[in-house]
Design a protein around this ligand. Structure first.
Ligand code: G6P
Length: 500
Protein backbone atom coordinates (compact mmCIF):
# COMPACT_ATOMS: atom_id res chain seq x y z
CA UNK A 1 0.00 0.00 0.00
CA UNK A 2 1.35 3.38 -0.97
CA UNK A 3 1.76 6.06 1.62
CA UNK A 4 0.05 9.37 1.16
CA UNK A 5 2.29 11.08 3.67
CA UNK A 6 3.63 13.10 0.80
CA UNK A 7 0.15 14.58 0.37
CA UNK A 8 -0.29 17.63 2.57
CA UNK A 9 -2.69 16.54 5.32
CA UNK A 10 -4.46 19.76 6.01
CA UNK A 11 -8.04 20.39 6.94
CA UNK A 12 -8.39 23.85 5.54
CA UNK A 13 -9.17 26.45 6.68
CA UNK A 14 -8.11 25.37 10.18
CA UNK A 15 -4.88 23.73 9.23
CA UNK A 16 -3.69 23.15 12.81
CA UNK A 17 -1.58 20.08 13.47
CA UNK A 18 -3.60 17.38 15.16
CA UNK A 19 -2.50 14.74 17.60
CA UNK A 20 -5.10 12.39 16.07
CA UNK A 21 -3.66 12.51 12.58
CA UNK A 22 -1.76 9.69 11.04
CA UNK A 23 -0.56 9.39 7.50
CA UNK A 24 -3.45 8.61 5.18
CA UNK A 25 -3.03 5.53 3.00
CA UNK A 26 -3.82 5.86 -0.69
CA UNK A 27 -5.85 2.65 -1.06
CA UNK A 28 -8.21 0.96 1.35
CA UNK A 29 -9.78 -2.48 1.77
CA UNK A 30 -13.03 -1.15 3.24
CA UNK A 31 -14.71 2.05 2.15
CA UNK A 32 -17.89 3.74 3.24
CA UNK A 33 -19.41 6.39 0.97
CA UNK A 34 -22.08 8.80 2.14
CA UNK A 35 -23.17 12.28 1.17
CA UNK A 36 -21.77 13.70 4.40
CA UNK A 37 -18.50 12.79 6.05
CA UNK A 38 -18.98 11.56 9.63
CA UNK A 39 -17.41 14.72 11.07
CA UNK A 40 -18.65 18.24 11.64
CA UNK A 41 -16.66 21.43 11.70
CA UNK A 42 -16.20 22.95 15.11
CA UNK A 43 -14.20 25.87 16.40
CA UNK A 44 -10.64 24.72 16.75
CA UNK A 45 -10.38 26.24 20.22
CA UNK A 46 -12.93 23.70 21.58
CA UNK A 47 -11.56 20.99 23.86
CA UNK A 48 -13.51 18.03 22.52
CA UNK A 49 -12.60 18.17 18.89
CA UNK A 50 -9.35 16.30 18.84
CA UNK A 51 -7.69 19.63 18.15
CA UNK A 52 -8.06 19.63 14.37
CA UNK A 53 -11.23 21.67 13.97
CA UNK A 54 -13.49 18.65 13.44
CA UNK A 55 -15.75 16.71 15.76
CA UNK A 56 -17.17 13.26 15.10
CA UNK A 57 -20.86 13.58 14.09
CA UNK A 58 -23.41 12.16 16.50
CA UNK A 59 -25.36 9.12 15.39
CA UNK A 60 -25.25 5.36 15.27
CA UNK A 61 -23.89 4.90 11.76
CA UNK A 62 -20.57 6.50 12.63
CA UNK A 63 -20.37 4.62 15.91
CA UNK A 64 -21.04 1.31 14.17
CA UNK A 65 -18.53 1.84 11.40
CA UNK A 66 -15.77 3.78 13.16
CA UNK A 67 -14.20 0.66 14.71
CA UNK A 68 -13.99 -0.95 11.26
CA UNK A 69 -12.40 2.21 9.91
CA UNK A 70 -9.74 2.27 12.56
CA UNK A 71 -9.14 -1.50 12.75
CA UNK A 72 -9.08 -2.46 9.10
CA UNK A 73 -7.66 -0.44 6.27
CA UNK A 74 -10.81 1.61 6.08
CA UNK A 75 -11.73 5.03 4.78
CA UNK A 76 -14.86 7.14 4.55
CA UNK A 77 -15.66 9.18 1.43
CA UNK A 78 -18.07 12.08 1.74
CA UNK A 79 -18.75 15.78 1.47
CA UNK A 80 -17.35 17.87 4.30
CA UNK A 81 -20.32 20.25 4.32
CA UNK A 82 -18.77 23.51 3.09
CA UNK A 83 -19.51 24.48 -0.51
CA UNK A 84 -16.64 25.72 -2.68
CA UNK A 85 -14.01 24.60 -0.21
CA UNK A 86 -11.20 22.16 -0.85
CA UNK A 87 -10.26 19.87 2.00
CA UNK A 88 -7.45 17.35 1.50
CA UNK A 89 -7.76 13.75 2.75
CA UNK A 90 -7.14 13.64 6.49
CA UNK A 91 -7.53 11.47 9.49
CA UNK A 92 -9.66 12.12 12.58
CA UNK A 93 -9.66 9.94 15.68
CA UNK A 94 -8.01 7.19 13.68
CA UNK A 95 -10.54 7.34 10.81
CA UNK A 96 -9.24 8.10 7.33
CA UNK A 97 -11.49 10.59 5.58
CA UNK A 98 -11.59 11.40 1.88
CA UNK A 99 -13.49 14.65 1.31
CA UNK A 100 -15.45 15.23 -1.90
CA UNK A 101 -15.61 18.88 -2.94
CA UNK A 102 -18.93 20.36 -4.03
CA UNK A 103 -19.41 23.78 -5.58
CA UNK A 104 -22.31 25.92 -4.34
CA UNK A 105 -23.96 25.28 -7.71
CA UNK A 106 -23.73 21.51 -7.13
CA UNK A 107 -25.06 21.89 -3.59
CA UNK A 108 -28.04 23.74 -5.02
CA UNK A 109 -28.79 21.30 -7.84
CA UNK A 110 -27.63 17.90 -6.54
CA UNK A 111 -28.21 18.25 -2.77
CA UNK A 112 -31.02 20.79 -2.27
CA UNK A 113 -32.57 20.02 -5.64
CA UNK A 114 -32.52 16.43 -6.81
CA UNK A 115 -31.74 14.77 -3.45
CA UNK A 116 -34.01 16.81 -1.23
CA UNK A 117 -36.71 18.26 -3.47
CA UNK A 118 -37.08 15.33 -5.92
CA UNK A 119 -36.07 12.02 -4.32
CA UNK A 120 -36.84 12.85 -0.67
CA UNK A 121 -40.52 13.78 -1.21
CA UNK A 122 -40.99 11.08 -3.88
CA UNK A 123 -39.71 8.37 -1.54
CA UNK A 124 -41.81 9.69 1.36
CA UNK A 125 -45.25 9.12 -0.10
CA UNK A 126 -45.19 12.45 -2.02
CA UNK A 127 -46.21 14.25 1.20
CA UNK A 128 -44.77 17.32 -0.52
CA UNK A 129 -44.90 17.45 -4.33
CA UNK A 130 -41.58 16.30 -5.85
CA UNK A 131 -40.09 18.59 -8.48
CA UNK A 132 -38.57 17.14 -11.63
CA UNK A 133 -35.90 19.26 -13.28
CA UNK A 134 -33.47 18.01 -15.90
CA UNK A 135 -30.71 20.35 -14.66
CA UNK A 136 -31.01 18.80 -11.18
CA UNK A 137 -30.79 15.31 -12.64
CA UNK A 138 -27.68 16.22 -14.68
CA UNK A 139 -26.01 17.52 -11.57
CA UNK A 140 -27.04 14.44 -9.54
CA UNK A 141 -25.35 12.24 -12.15
CA UNK A 142 -22.21 14.36 -12.24
CA UNK A 143 -21.89 14.52 -8.47
CA UNK A 144 -22.52 10.77 -8.10
CA UNK A 145 -19.63 10.36 -10.56
CA UNK A 146 -17.41 12.50 -8.32
CA UNK A 147 -18.13 10.26 -5.34
CA UNK A 148 -17.60 7.13 -7.44
CA UNK A 149 -14.30 8.50 -8.79
CA UNK A 150 -13.04 9.12 -5.26
CA UNK A 151 -13.77 5.47 -4.41
CA UNK A 152 -12.27 4.19 -7.65
CA UNK A 153 -9.07 6.11 -6.87
CA UNK A 154 -8.76 4.90 -3.31
CA UNK A 155 -10.18 1.36 -3.25
CA UNK A 156 -7.68 -1.47 -3.00
CA UNK A 157 -8.01 -4.52 -5.23
CA UNK A 158 -11.18 -6.46 -4.29
CA UNK A 159 -12.09 -3.96 -1.59
CA UNK A 160 -15.52 -3.89 0.01
CA UNK A 161 -17.41 -0.64 -0.58
CA UNK A 162 -20.55 0.31 1.31
CA UNK A 163 -22.57 3.12 -0.29
CA UNK A 164 -25.09 4.91 1.94
CA UNK A 165 -28.43 6.44 1.09
CA UNK A 166 -30.57 8.11 -1.53
CA UNK A 167 -28.13 10.85 -2.49
CA UNK A 168 -25.82 8.28 -4.11
CA UNK A 169 -28.04 5.80 -5.94
CA UNK A 170 -26.01 5.85 -9.14
CA UNK A 171 -22.71 5.10 -7.43
CA UNK A 172 -23.06 1.27 -7.27
CA UNK A 173 -23.37 0.94 -11.07
CA UNK A 174 -20.53 3.43 -11.68
CA UNK A 175 -18.30 1.41 -9.38
CA UNK A 176 -19.16 -1.90 -10.99
CA UNK A 177 -18.42 -0.59 -14.49
CA UNK A 178 -15.04 0.82 -13.54
CA UNK A 179 -14.03 -1.72 -10.90
CA UNK A 180 -15.66 -5.13 -11.33
CA UNK A 181 -13.26 -6.45 -8.66
CA UNK A 182 -15.10 -4.58 -5.87
CA UNK A 183 -17.72 -6.02 -3.53
CA UNK A 184 -20.47 -3.39 -3.47
CA UNK A 185 -23.13 -2.88 -0.82
CA UNK A 186 -25.81 -0.18 -0.72
CA UNK A 187 -28.07 0.80 2.16
CA UNK A 188 -31.14 2.97 1.72
CA UNK A 189 -31.85 4.78 5.01
CA UNK A 190 -35.18 6.15 3.82
CA UNK A 191 -38.26 4.31 2.52
CA UNK A 192 -38.37 2.96 -1.02
CA UNK A 193 -41.72 3.88 -2.59
CA UNK A 194 -44.16 1.52 -4.28
CA UNK A 195 -43.72 1.33 -8.07
CA UNK A 196 -47.00 3.23 -8.58
CA UNK A 197 -45.33 6.30 -7.01
CA UNK A 198 -41.78 5.64 -8.20
CA UNK A 199 -43.24 5.57 -11.72
CA UNK A 200 -43.45 9.39 -11.65
CA UNK A 201 -39.67 9.76 -11.78
CA UNK A 202 -38.58 10.55 -15.35
CA UNK A 203 -35.24 8.81 -14.63
CA UNK A 204 -36.72 5.74 -12.94
CA UNK A 205 -34.85 3.27 -15.16
CA UNK A 206 -31.50 4.96 -14.57
CA UNK A 207 -32.00 4.95 -10.78
CA UNK A 208 -32.93 1.27 -10.66
CA UNK A 209 -30.04 0.44 -12.96
CA UNK A 210 -27.70 2.51 -10.76
CA UNK A 211 -28.76 0.63 -7.64
CA UNK A 212 -28.53 -2.74 -9.35
CA UNK A 213 -24.78 -2.25 -9.65
CA UNK A 214 -24.64 -3.42 -6.02
CA UNK A 215 -24.21 -7.02 -4.87
CA UNK A 216 -26.44 -6.40 -1.86
CA UNK A 217 -29.10 -3.72 -1.36
CA UNK A 218 -30.23 -3.13 2.21
CA UNK A 219 -33.56 -1.53 3.12
CA UNK A 220 -35.20 -0.65 6.44
CA UNK A 221 -38.37 -2.71 6.03
CA UNK A 222 -39.24 -5.82 4.03
CA UNK A 223 -41.87 -3.70 2.26
CA UNK A 224 -39.12 -1.31 1.02
CA UNK A 225 -37.12 -4.23 -0.39
CA UNK A 226 -40.32 -5.58 -1.97
CA UNK A 227 -41.11 -2.19 -3.54
CA UNK A 228 -37.62 -2.01 -4.99
CA UNK A 229 -37.84 -5.49 -6.51
CA UNK A 230 -41.25 -4.76 -8.01
CA UNK A 231 -39.81 -1.62 -9.63
CA UNK A 232 -36.80 -3.55 -10.93
CA UNK A 233 -39.19 -5.99 -12.57
CA UNK A 234 -41.60 -3.39 -13.86
CA UNK A 235 -39.23 -0.73 -15.18
CA UNK A 236 -36.21 -2.80 -16.24
CA UNK A 237 -37.89 -6.10 -16.94
CA UNK A 238 -35.45 -7.69 -14.47
CA UNK A 239 -36.08 -11.26 -13.43
CA UNK A 240 -36.64 -11.38 -9.69
CA UNK A 241 -36.46 -14.63 -7.75
CA UNK A 242 -37.13 -14.48 -4.02
CA UNK A 243 -34.71 -11.78 -2.85
CA UNK A 244 -32.49 -11.98 -5.91
CA UNK A 245 -32.51 -9.76 -8.96
CA UNK A 246 -30.74 -11.37 -11.90
CA UNK A 247 -29.06 -8.39 -13.54
CA UNK A 248 -28.51 -8.67 -17.27
CA UNK A 249 -25.91 -6.96 -19.43
CA UNK A 250 -26.59 -5.42 -22.87
CA UNK A 251 -26.33 -8.88 -24.50
CA UNK A 252 -29.11 -10.23 -22.28
CA UNK A 253 -26.75 -12.46 -20.30
CA UNK A 254 -26.93 -12.39 -16.49
CA UNK A 255 -23.88 -10.42 -15.32
CA UNK A 256 -24.43 -10.70 -11.59
CA UNK A 257 -27.03 -11.18 -8.89
CA UNK A 258 -28.11 -8.25 -6.77
CA UNK A 259 -29.88 -9.22 -3.56
CA UNK A 260 -32.40 -6.95 -1.82
CA UNK A 261 -33.20 -7.51 1.84
CA UNK A 262 -34.34 -5.68 4.96
CA UNK A 263 -31.73 -4.79 7.60
CA UNK A 264 -33.46 -2.49 10.09
CA UNK A 265 -30.92 0.01 11.42
CA UNK A 266 -30.55 0.68 15.13
CA UNK A 267 -28.69 2.90 17.59
CA UNK A 268 -25.60 2.89 19.77
CA UNK A 269 -27.36 1.27 22.71
CA UNK A 270 -24.35 1.38 25.07
CA UNK A 271 -23.87 5.09 24.61
CA UNK A 272 -27.51 5.91 25.42
CA UNK A 273 -27.62 3.54 28.40
CA UNK A 274 -24.41 4.93 29.85
CA UNK A 275 -25.63 8.50 29.49
CA UNK A 276 -29.01 7.60 31.01
CA UNK A 277 -27.21 6.27 34.10
CA UNK A 278 -24.94 9.30 34.57
CA UNK A 279 -25.80 11.23 37.76
CA UNK A 280 -25.34 14.65 36.13
CA UNK A 281 -27.74 13.72 33.32
CA UNK A 282 -30.32 12.33 35.77
CA UNK A 283 -29.96 15.59 37.70
CA UNK A 284 -30.40 17.59 34.49
CA UNK A 285 -33.63 15.69 33.74
CA UNK A 286 -34.98 16.66 37.17
CA UNK A 287 -33.96 20.24 36.55
CA UNK A 288 -35.82 20.29 33.21
CA UNK A 289 -38.99 19.16 35.00
CA UNK A 290 -38.52 21.78 37.69
CA UNK A 291 -37.88 24.53 35.14
CA UNK A 292 -41.17 23.67 33.45
CA UNK A 293 -43.02 24.23 36.75
CA UNK A 294 -43.12 20.53 37.71
CA UNK A 295 -46.06 19.50 35.50
CA UNK A 296 -47.73 16.13 36.05
CA UNK A 297 -46.89 15.07 32.50
CA UNK A 298 -44.13 16.02 30.11
CA UNK A 299 -44.72 15.04 26.51
CA UNK A 300 -41.81 15.18 24.09
CA UNK A 301 -41.32 15.39 20.34
CA UNK A 302 -37.82 15.36 18.82
CA UNK A 303 -37.46 15.72 15.07
CA UNK A 304 -35.56 17.37 12.29
CA UNK A 305 -37.91 20.12 11.14
CA UNK A 306 -39.15 18.04 8.20
CA UNK A 307 -42.63 17.67 6.67
CA UNK A 308 -42.37 13.89 6.90
CA UNK A 309 -42.35 13.99 10.70
CA UNK A 310 -46.02 14.86 11.24
CA UNK A 311 -45.27 17.69 13.67
CA UNK A 312 -48.36 19.58 12.52
CA UNK A 313 -50.59 16.53 13.10
CA UNK A 314 -49.15 16.16 16.61
CA UNK A 315 -49.77 19.83 17.41
CA UNK A 316 -53.32 19.63 16.07
CA UNK A 317 -54.11 16.64 18.30
CA UNK A 318 -52.53 18.32 21.32
CA UNK A 319 -54.41 21.55 20.71
CA UNK A 320 -57.74 19.73 20.44
CA UNK A 321 -57.05 17.95 23.73
CA UNK A 322 -56.37 21.32 25.36
CA UNK A 323 -59.48 22.83 23.78
CA UNK A 324 -61.69 20.00 25.01
CA UNK A 325 -60.14 20.16 28.47
CA UNK A 326 -58.95 16.52 28.39
CA UNK A 327 -55.47 17.93 28.99
CA UNK A 328 -54.89 21.05 31.07
CA UNK A 329 -52.00 23.43 30.54
CA UNK A 330 -51.39 23.35 34.31
CA UNK A 331 -50.84 19.58 34.12
CA UNK A 332 -49.02 18.94 30.89
CA UNK A 333 -46.36 20.49 28.70
CA UNK A 334 -45.27 19.40 25.26
CA UNK A 335 -41.58 19.97 24.57
CA UNK A 336 -41.02 20.04 20.84
CA UNK A 337 -37.41 20.00 19.72
CA UNK A 338 -37.30 20.80 16.00
CA UNK A 339 -33.73 20.80 14.78
CA UNK A 340 -33.01 23.09 11.84
CA UNK A 341 -32.77 21.23 8.55
CA UNK A 342 -32.33 21.96 4.81
CA UNK A 343 -33.29 25.56 5.38
CA UNK A 344 -32.65 26.68 1.82
CA UNK A 345 -35.24 24.26 0.41
CA UNK A 346 -38.59 25.98 -0.15
CA UNK A 347 -40.80 23.28 1.42
CA UNK A 348 -38.73 23.40 4.61
CA UNK A 349 -39.04 27.17 4.81
CA UNK A 350 -42.81 26.92 4.39
CA UNK A 351 -43.02 24.19 7.02
CA UNK A 352 -41.10 26.28 9.54
CA UNK A 353 -43.49 29.19 9.06
CA UNK A 354 -46.48 26.89 9.44
CA UNK A 355 -45.22 25.11 12.58
CA UNK A 356 -44.08 28.28 14.26
CA UNK A 357 -47.44 29.91 13.47
CA UNK A 358 -49.29 26.97 15.00
CA UNK A 359 -47.12 26.93 18.13
CA UNK A 360 -47.65 30.68 18.55
CA UNK A 361 -51.39 30.21 18.18
CA UNK A 362 -51.56 27.35 20.71
CA UNK A 363 -49.42 29.12 23.28
CA UNK A 364 -51.25 32.42 22.79
CA UNK A 365 -54.54 30.67 23.44
CA UNK A 366 -53.72 28.28 26.29
CA UNK A 367 -50.65 29.60 28.14
CA UNK A 368 -50.95 31.15 31.54
CA UNK A 369 -48.33 33.39 33.09
CA UNK A 370 -46.94 30.28 34.78
CA UNK A 371 -47.55 27.54 32.24
CA UNK A 372 -46.60 27.02 28.64
CA UNK A 373 -48.47 24.52 26.49
CA UNK A 374 -45.73 23.95 23.92
CA UNK A 375 -42.08 24.58 24.65
CA UNK A 376 -40.78 24.88 21.08
CA UNK A 377 -37.01 24.68 20.57
CA UNK A 378 -35.62 25.26 17.09
CA UNK A 379 -32.14 24.01 17.96
CA UNK A 380 -29.92 20.95 17.77
CA UNK A 381 -28.68 19.63 21.09
CA UNK A 382 -25.81 17.40 22.10
CA UNK A 383 -26.72 13.81 22.89
CA UNK A 384 -26.29 14.42 26.65
CA UNK A 385 -29.14 16.96 26.62
CA UNK A 386 -31.25 14.67 24.44
CA UNK A 387 -30.91 11.85 26.95
CA UNK A 388 -31.85 14.23 29.79
CA UNK A 389 -34.97 15.11 27.79
CA UNK A 390 -35.77 11.40 27.25
CA UNK A 391 -35.45 10.84 31.00
CA UNK A 392 -37.67 13.82 31.76
CA UNK A 393 -40.41 12.83 29.30
CA UNK A 394 -43.34 10.70 30.47
CA UNK A 395 -44.66 10.39 26.94
CA UNK A 396 -42.69 10.38 23.69
CA UNK A 397 -44.58 11.32 20.53
CA UNK A 398 -43.35 9.98 17.18
CA UNK A 399 -46.03 10.81 14.65
CA UNK A 400 -44.16 10.58 11.34
CA UNK A 401 -46.27 10.46 8.19
CA UNK A 402 -43.52 8.34 6.64
CA UNK A 403 -40.09 7.57 8.08
CA UNK A 404 -37.45 5.04 7.04
CA UNK A 405 -36.79 4.04 10.64
CA UNK A 406 -36.93 6.82 13.30
CA UNK A 407 -34.06 6.38 15.69
CA UNK A 408 -35.47 8.83 18.24
CA UNK A 409 -38.09 6.21 19.17
CA UNK A 410 -35.32 3.66 19.75
CA UNK A 411 -33.25 6.13 21.79
CA UNK A 412 -36.19 6.99 24.03
CA UNK A 413 -36.91 3.33 24.77
CA UNK A 414 -33.22 2.65 25.46
CA UNK A 415 -32.94 5.58 27.87
CA UNK A 416 -35.92 4.39 29.97
CA UNK A 417 -33.91 2.09 32.21
CA UNK A 418 -36.68 2.08 34.85
CA UNK A 419 -39.03 0.56 32.27
CA UNK A 420 -41.48 3.44 32.67
CA UNK A 421 -42.78 6.02 30.20
CA UNK A 422 -44.93 5.58 27.12
CA UNK A 423 -44.18 5.70 23.42
CA UNK A 424 -46.80 6.81 20.92
CA UNK A 425 -45.46 5.63 17.57
CA UNK A 426 -46.60 6.02 13.99
CA UNK A 427 -47.18 2.81 12.12
CA UNK A 428 -45.60 4.61 9.13
CA UNK A 429 -42.16 4.67 10.80
CA UNK A 430 -39.90 1.67 10.20
CA UNK A 431 -39.37 1.43 13.97
CA UNK A 432 -42.97 0.18 14.29
CA UNK A 433 -41.78 -3.20 12.95
CA UNK A 434 -39.55 -3.65 15.99
CA UNK A 435 -41.42 -1.66 18.66
CA UNK A 436 -44.68 -3.54 18.54
CA UNK A 437 -45.62 -2.74 22.15
CA UNK A 438 -45.69 1.01 21.49
CA UNK A 439 -49.08 2.70 21.27
CA UNK A 440 -49.23 2.51 17.49
CA UNK A 441 -51.13 5.21 15.65
CA UNK A 442 -52.08 6.43 12.21
CA UNK A 443 -51.15 10.14 12.44
CA UNK A 444 -53.75 11.09 9.83
CA UNK A 445 -56.46 9.84 12.18
CA UNK A 446 -56.51 12.80 14.57
CA UNK A 447 -59.15 11.23 16.85
CA UNK A 448 -57.10 8.04 17.03
CA UNK A 449 -53.98 10.07 17.77
CA UNK A 450 -55.79 12.02 20.51
CA UNK A 451 -57.00 8.80 22.17
CA UNK A 452 -53.49 7.33 22.03
CA UNK A 453 -52.00 10.48 23.60
CA UNK A 454 -54.60 10.38 26.39
CA UNK A 455 -54.00 6.69 26.86
CA UNK A 456 -50.25 7.29 27.10
CA UNK A 457 -50.73 10.10 29.61
CA UNK A 458 -52.90 7.86 31.80
CA UNK A 459 -51.18 4.52 31.14
CA UNK A 460 -51.31 2.34 34.30
CA UNK A 461 -47.71 1.87 35.53
CA UNK A 462 -47.98 -1.90 35.28
CA UNK A 463 -48.99 -1.80 31.66
CA UNK A 464 -46.34 0.84 30.89
CA UNK A 465 -43.70 -1.40 32.45
CA UNK A 466 -44.82 -4.47 30.54
CA UNK A 467 -44.69 -2.63 27.22
CA UNK A 468 -41.41 -0.83 27.88
CA UNK A 469 -39.66 -3.98 29.07
CA UNK A 470 -40.44 -5.86 25.86
CA UNK A 471 -39.44 -2.92 23.68
CA UNK A 472 -36.18 -2.41 25.57
CA UNK A 473 -35.29 -6.06 25.19
CA UNK A 474 -35.79 -5.82 21.44
CA UNK A 475 -33.50 -2.79 21.12
CA UNK A 476 -30.89 -4.01 23.58
CA UNK A 477 -30.58 -7.24 21.57
CA UNK A 478 -30.35 -5.40 18.24
CA UNK A 479 -28.01 -2.45 18.38
CA UNK A 480 -26.29 -0.74 15.47
CA UNK A 481 -23.23 -3.03 15.64
CA UNK A 482 -25.57 -5.95 15.10
CA UNK A 483 -27.01 -4.14 12.07
CA UNK A 484 -23.67 -3.43 10.39
CA UNK A 485 -22.30 -6.90 11.20
CA UNK A 486 -25.38 -8.55 9.67
CA UNK A 487 -25.21 -6.45 6.53
CA UNK A 488 -21.51 -6.97 6.00
CA UNK A 489 -21.75 -10.71 6.67
CA UNK A 490 -24.54 -10.97 4.09
CA UNK A 491 -22.45 -8.95 1.63
CA UNK A 492 -19.57 -11.40 1.96
CA UNK A 493 -21.86 -14.47 1.60
CA UNK A 494 -21.42 -16.60 -1.47
CA UNK A 495 -24.60 -16.28 -3.53
CA UNK A 496 -26.26 -19.38 -4.86
CA UNK A 497 -28.38 -18.52 -7.87
CA UNK A 498 -32.05 -19.16 -7.25
CA UNK A 499 -33.66 -20.29 -10.49
CA UNK A 500 -36.74 -21.78 -8.87
C1 G6P B 1 -31.86 11.53 6.86
C2 G6P B 1 -31.10 10.92 5.71
C3 G6P B 1 -29.60 11.13 5.85
C4 G6P B 1 -29.31 12.60 6.09
C5 G6P B 1 -30.08 13.12 7.30
C6 G6P B 1 -29.87 14.62 7.58
O1 G6P B 1 -31.64 10.81 8.02
O2 G6P B 1 -31.40 9.54 5.59
O3 G6P B 1 -28.92 10.70 4.68
O4 G6P B 1 -27.93 12.83 6.25
O5 G6P B 1 -31.46 12.89 7.07
O6 G6P B 1 -30.14 15.36 6.44
P1 G6P B 1 -29.06 16.28 5.73
O7 G6P B 1 -29.71 16.73 4.47
O8 G6P B 1 -28.80 17.41 6.69
O9 G6P B 1 -27.81 15.47 5.49
Amino acid sequence: MQDLASEKLTTEPSAKASPTKKPTASTFDFMVVSNRLPVDRCSSDGNDDGGDGWRRSPGGLVTALAPMMTKSDGAWVGWHGAPDETVRPFSHEGMDLVPVQLSSHEVELYYEGFSNATIWPLYHDVIAPPEFHRTWWDSYRQVNKKFADAVIRHAADRATVWVQDYQLQLVPRMLREARPDLKIGFFNHIPFPPPEIFAQLPWRREIIDGLLGADLLGFQRPSDAGNFMRSARRFLGASVKQQQVHVKGPDGEVTHIARAQAFPISIDVDQIRELAARPDIIERAKQIRKDLGDPKTILLGVDRLDYTKGIGHRLKAFEELLREGSIKVEDATLIQVASPSRERVEQYRLLREEIEGTVGHINGTYDTIQNTAVRYLHHSYPVEEMVALYLAADVMLVTALRDGMNLVAKEYVTARSEDDGALVLSEFAGAADQLKQALLINPHDIDGLKSAILRAVNLPPKEARRRMKLMRKQILDHDVDHWSAEFLAALEEKVVRDDS
